[in-house]
Design a protein around this ligand. Structure first.
Ligand code: CA
Length: 529
């Protein structure tokens, strides 16, 4: 049935456009290229130094201009908003009200306007959902932490009304203990009572076994999904039941079923900052997880690009994708270079624009959903303390309008070599490279959705793989080396056509007979008939 729908919508678009182009990609499934936004550091609409939702709307054309040819746009299909709910911290990963917008980011009306603007552009908005813990200032915790030290006094003679620990339902929302233990902190009022807080004492862990907490989580998801949010990025899933992967997978399975019961099309991606083995096990509970093992300096993408040694690359990609689809046939790998918790990738790539372009080609042209961290496409840098990784978006070198202040305690602000304005007007810029990659990924649904098969290569600097989706196969070939490389295709059946070429120079790739020649640091898409 789904294939039929895809076929019909594809035919319809073919009639509209007359050729296979970007528009044919609007398959209504959950494969999209996402852009991670830290609202505070993106664009400030009211000049108070803090980025806000109105500012994001103002800059939405940069992310997706709805097909307009008036402006240069990345044309991502999705946006992940880091937490937008009220919170005492600048990063907002400790929520005090799950049903509101942080006042410094704007109003619920601003948020609804953002959703409406995104809806008209077919951009899915997913929001960070932080339910491993609340803020210690959340009314649930304040109430529980007060009552927990008031002993029950019997039903008939209760003098504390709703206040004692037996009568206050919020006491069951958290995990309290009467002895100190690892991962727990002392309650503010009672010396001999402790509460679980795996991160910091300002983030008390919720008791996810408590039915009332699960009802709350369902209500929270319903509230945002009914508002028009397209799904959630789940924070800290390996901490839900600390150290218990099976219970985490079971909880994710429950949560996914609740969310899909409200909106069957919602997209949920989990943050399991863990090993391949743990992530694979969690795929039994949800459909998408960030691919931490392939990210950052010791993952797959960046080391291959830095060393030019791609010998294991395609095989590792196939092995990973096969293994997660074996566990969960609906698995969508969520690939990225780095995020708000990691050093920025441009630094890991020696601040070298050619390397940054190849890293982008490698991960964006991988199966699954690519997640671009804001400013990555400009070559922004930042490492060390977290605030340094979350610096203001560098819109313009001359015009400071809308550029927020750095987060408190950021130690430096070293802008990228070229601003967004400069890079948007330069067809050879890193921004333009990202833009083309997204265009290519949108144009060939095989890349995101396909089953991957590694193709052996004689050349150590080459990674080649076939992607098959809905009966159609394309090949992706990357040359990570500093010299021209060739790849034999003649052992594969069929007729080949060079569909796309993208690289660091204007030199062209050539396809002759069964051999493709790739200039240094470039990639091709080849069709097979
Ligand atoms: Ca503002």
């Amino acid at each position: 049935m789904r294939r039929l729908v895809i076929l019909i919508s594809g035919l319809f678009l073919l009639i509209l456009t007359g050729c296979r182009d970007e528009q044919t990609t609007r398959i209504s499934d959950n494969y999209r290229t996402y852009y991670e936004v830290f609202v505070r550091s993106f664009y400030d609409s009211d000049d108070d130094g803090i980025g806000d939702l109105k500012g994001l709307v103002h800059k939405l054309d940069y992310l997706n201009n709805g097909g307009s040819s008036r402006s240069k746009s990345l044309n991502v299909g999705g946006i992940w908003l880091m937490p937008v709910m009220p919170s005492p911290s600048y990063h907002k990963y400790d929520v005090t009200d799950y049903y509101a917008i942080a006042p410094e980011y704007g109003t619920m009306q601003d948020f609804e306007e953002l959703l409406e603007e995104c809806r008209t552009r077919d951009v899915k908005v997913i929001i960070d959902l932080v339910v491993n813990h609340t803020s210690s200032e959340h009314p649930w915790f304040r109430s529980a932490a007060r009552s927990i030290g008031i002993p029950p006094c019997g039903e008939d003679t209760c003098v504390h009304e709703e206040l004692c620990r037996e009568h206050n339902p919020y006491c069951a929302y958290y995990n309290f203990a009467w002895e100190p233990q690892s991962g727990y902190a002392q309650t503010p009022l009672y010396e001999d009572i402790y509460y679980e807080c795996r991160f910091v004492k300002e983030m008390p862990d919720l008791n996810l076994d408590e039915p009332a907490v699960r009802w709350e989580i369902t209500d929270i998801m319903r509230f945002w999904l009914e508002k028009g949010v397209g799904g959630f990025r789940l924070d800290a899933v390996t901490y839900f039941y600390y150290g218990n992967t099976q219970k985490n997978a079971d909880f994710l399975h429950w949560l996914t079923a609740q969310a899909k019961g409200i909106d069957k099309d919602c997209y949920i991606v989990g943050e399991a900052w863990s090993t391949a083995g743990v992530i694979r096990e969690l795929y039994t509970g949800a459909d998408s997880f960030f691919n931490f093992p392939f990210s950052q300096i010791s993952g797959l993408y960046i080391p291959v690009v830095r060393t030019g040694d791609a010998r294991q690359a395609a095989a590792r990609m196939q092995e990973w994708n096969d293994s997660i689809r074996e566990v969960n046939p609906r698995a969508i790998d969520a690939v990225f270079l780095s995020n708000h918790d990691n050093a920025r990738s441009y630094g890991m790539l020696n601040r070298n624009e050619d390397l940054a372009k190849m890293a982008a080609s490698f991960y964006i042209l991988s199966p699954g959903n690519a997640f671009i961290y804001y400013g990555e496409e400009l070559g922004m840098i930042g490492s060390g303390r977290d605030e340094n990784k979350r610096l203001p978006m560098y819109w313009s070198a001359e015009d400071k309008t809308g550029i927020p202040l750095p987060p408190p305690s950021a130690e430096f602000f070293e802008p990228p070599a070229f601003s967004a304005m400069q890079q948007m007007n330069d067809d050879t810029s890193l921004f333009s490279h990202y833009r083309r990659l997204i265009e290519i990924k949108n144009k060939y649904p095989e890349i995101a959705r396909g089953t991957i098969e590694a193709i052996p290569s004689e050349n150590d600097a080459v990674a080649a793989y076939a992607l098959t989706y809905d009966g159609s196969t394309i090949l992706v070939v990357h040359n990570f080396g500093e010299t021209e490389a060739t790849q034999e295709l003649s052992n594969l059946e069929g007729k080949y056509k060079l569909l796309e070429h993208i690289g660091v120079s204007s030199e062209k790739a050539r396809l002759k007979g069964g051999t493709v020649s790739l200039p240094a640091r470039s990639s091709v898409i080849i069709g097979i008939k």
